[in-house]
Each structure stands twice: as structure tokens, then as C-alpha cells.
Design a binder for this molecule. Structure first.
Ligand SMILES: CC(C)(COP(=O)(O)OP(=O)(O)OC[C@H]1O[C@@H](n2cnc3c(N)ncnc32)[C@H](O)[C@@H]1OP(=O)(O)O)[C@@H](O)C(=O)NCCC(=O)NCCS
Length: 312
């Protein structure tokens, strides 16, 4: 038992915040941000725009793309670190907004920037066990909620947005979510976490070092497990945390620059939404073609890390 991708969708808030906009409000520069992170702009949700609003639009677009209705789905998983409400889950609120009339199971996973991989991991297990037919997976974040405007070292790094993918059960184990691996290490909690007053606390250089080690490790694990090399993979679409992390990790794995998909310049770090937003961007711009093999490694607070191998 395996799966196949039947639809995708994404949403980016209208408001764009450029590096130059940051220059006007804090002691930073376009040059510093581009050189250290590769980021040029990011989207920020309106004050009245919630994670659920963004998740709902991305899910609706994925359903339209798949020519399905919400009642055709039999499980919704949403990866989000930034929901406005502690309960209920974003996933179940999306069901309500989309007007589901069936009792579809829905829940959230919290894996920080690795959240979408955790959701893919759950979906793969359910397909393998033959437990679900069609799973809608959403990654949605309003990271701007967590910005500490007095901390230039984290304020410039994040963005908002949502993406969604719909997978259907298939008899082929070489399509859809082919393989996943997820890991975590709670001993490294201090490196990157939220504070009680909803700000991002991060040791940037230490986080950087862990990211360049653990993302490629997870990606290599998946390639070894699948018996493939970088030559067999069409695209590496990593979690979009930082251009230097992406390129150095991909180089360690033997991926040439032409196979690395980068959206961090346009979206910055949208946490659990970043990989799925990048996949949607690549489809929308004719970069990614159906049938291609994508390797998607991620890393984040926890620490959490992992990777997925997806034939799209
Ligand atoms: C955050 C990050 C870009 C900072 O780059 P760095 O080279 O490690 O920079 P440092 O933190 O050592 O700071 C270097 C200097 O830049 C300054 N600086 C920090 N943010 C700045 C900004 N936005 N603009 C200008 N200068 C800045 C620091 O104050 C420091 O100045 P000092 O040398 O006078 O003290 C980098 O550590 C990083 O990308 N880490 C990983 C972050 C990440 O991806 N997190 C999410 C994981 S999912």
C-alpha cells in the first residue's frame, strides 16, 4: 500500500515586508540579511488574518486542484506552531470553514519547522496500514505573531503562509509519500523555543550548526533506505530556513545547485509551511513536474528533524 499526490494548494498573505522595510524600523541592512540568510522579502498576515484563515484557503485550493470536495477527504492533519487558539485544532476549524458535512477526523501536529514532515510521516503510516483513503495535509503558520521587534537577530527571519497537499491511497509504493523519517532531541530545547510571552528565543549560531548537520543526515538516511543517490532525485526541496544552510547541506549530499529549490528569498522561514509552500511555488511556476522525485529534509525547534521522499 502506498499513496499518490492528487492535489496541492497554497496561500501567501498580500502584505510583503522587504529587507528595506526592516531597515526603516531597526538597525539592520538589506546587505546583512541577504548575505547571512538569502532572504529578501517575506509575507505577513493582516492582524485579523489567522492561521485557520490561511490554512482554509490553502486547503480549498488543494481541493480545487484535486477536483475534490472536503467530504471526499477522510483525514485532515495540520502542522502548525502558531495557532491563535490553544483548542480546538486548526485542522478541525478548517473542516468547519470548508463546510464539511461528514464526521472527518482532524488533528494538528506540532513539530515546529519539521511539522509538515511529521504530518507526512503519520499519513504514510495510515496509508501503509490501509486505514485512510484520502488525506489532506496542511502546513500553516503566522510566525509574525512571535516576532520580538526589539531583537533584530530573529525579527528578520520569519514569514507567514500556508500550503496543503492531498494524497490518495494507491497500490504503488513508488509514488506519493514513498518514505519518511522523523527524529527529535529534547535535550537541545534551549537552542530554539517560544517564550511564555510568545517570542522566539534562539541561539542562531548553535542552531545553524545543528541544522547543517542534521538535515543532510536525515536526507542521507532516506536515500540509503530507498537505495538511491542524489542522481536519482529530481529536486531537493529543503525546509527554507536560510540559504546558507540549504546550499551547504545540499552540497554535502552531492546535489548540484540546479537541483536545489530555493524560496527563502521570497518567503523567508515559514516554519511548517515552508516546504509545502516551496513545492506549490515550484508547480505553479512550471519548475516541478508531476512524476518527479522530491527529497524534502527539515529541521526545527525541539530539536526536531526529518526528511520525506515524495514522488509528486
Ligand atoms: C541568525 C543567523 C542568520 C545569524 O548569523 P550569524 O552569522 O550566526 O550572526 P551572529 O548571530 O553571530 O551575529 C553576528 C553579528 O550580526 C549582528 N546581527 C544580528 N542580527 C542582525 C541583523 N538583522 N542585522 C544586522 N546585524 C545583525 C549581531 O548583533 C552580531 O553583531 P556583533 O558581532 O557586533 O555582536 C544565523 O546564525 C542563522 O541562520 N542561524 C540559524 C537560524 C535558523 O535557521 N533558525 C531556524 C531553524 S528552523
Amino acid at each position: 500500500m502506498g499513496s499518490r499526490l492528487v492535489g496541492y494548494g497554497s496561500y501567501l498573505p498580500e502584505r510583503v515586508m522587504t529587507n528595506q522595510d526592516f531597515e526603516k524600523i531597526m538597525d539592520t541592512s538589506d546587505e546583512w540579511i541577504v548575505q547571512r540568510t538569502g532572504m529578501r522579502e517575506r509575507h505577513f498576515a493582516r492582524d485579523d488574518e489567522t492561521v485557520v484563515d490561511m490554512a482554509t484557503i490553502a486547503a480549498k485550493r488543494a481541493l480545487e486542484n484535486a477536483k475534490l470536495k472536503i467530504d471526499d477527504i477522510d483525514l485532515v492533519i495540520c502542522a502548525s506552531t502558531s495557532p491563535e487558539l490553544d483548542f480546538p485544532s486548526v485542522a478541525v476549524q478548517v473542516l468547519g470553514k470548508l463546510g464539511a458535512t461528514k464526521n472527518i477526523p482532524a488533528y494538528d501536529v506540532r513539530g515546529a519547522c519539521t511539522g509538515f514532515i511529521y504530518a507526512l510521516h503519520c499519513a504514510r503510516a495510515f496509508f501503509t496500514a490501509g486505514m485512510h483513503e484520502r488525506i489532506l495535509i496542511i502546513g500553516a503558520e503566522k510566525m509574525s505573531r512571535f516576532i520580538d521587534w526589539s531583537d533584530r537577530s530573529t525579527a528578520v527571519l520569519f514569514g507567514d503562509g500556508a500550503g496543503a497537499m492531498i494524497f490518495e491511497r494507491s497500490t504503488s509504493s513508488y509514488s506519493g509519500i514513498i518514505d519518511t523519517v522523523v527524529m527529535s532531541d529534547g535535550r537541545e530545547f534551549d537552542m530554539l523555543h517560544g517564550s511564555p510571552d510568545h517570542h522566539i528565543i534562539m541561539n542562531g549560531p548553535e542552531t545553524y550548526k545543528k541544522a547543517v548537520e542534521l538535515m543532510p543526515n536525515a536526507a542521507q538516511y532516506i536515500m540509503d533506505h530507498a537505495g538511491i543517490t542524489a542522481d536519482n532525485v529530481d529536486w531537493i526541496i529543503p525546509h527554507q530556513a536560510n540559504l546558507r544552510i540549504i546550499t551547504s547541506g545540499a552540497a554535502r549530499l552531492g546535489f548540484p545547485l540546479e537541483k536545489i529549490l530555493v524560496t527563502v528569498d521570497k518567503h523567508a522561514n515559514t516554519s511548517a509551511a515552508s516546504g509545502v509552500l516551496a513545492i506549490a511555488y515550484a508547480f505553479d511556476n512550471g519548475i516541478l513536474k508531476h512524476g518527479q522525485l522530491v527529497l524534502y529534509p527539515a529541521f526545527g525547534s525541539g530539536l526536531t528533524w526529518g526528511a520525506a521522499l515524495i514522488r509528486v
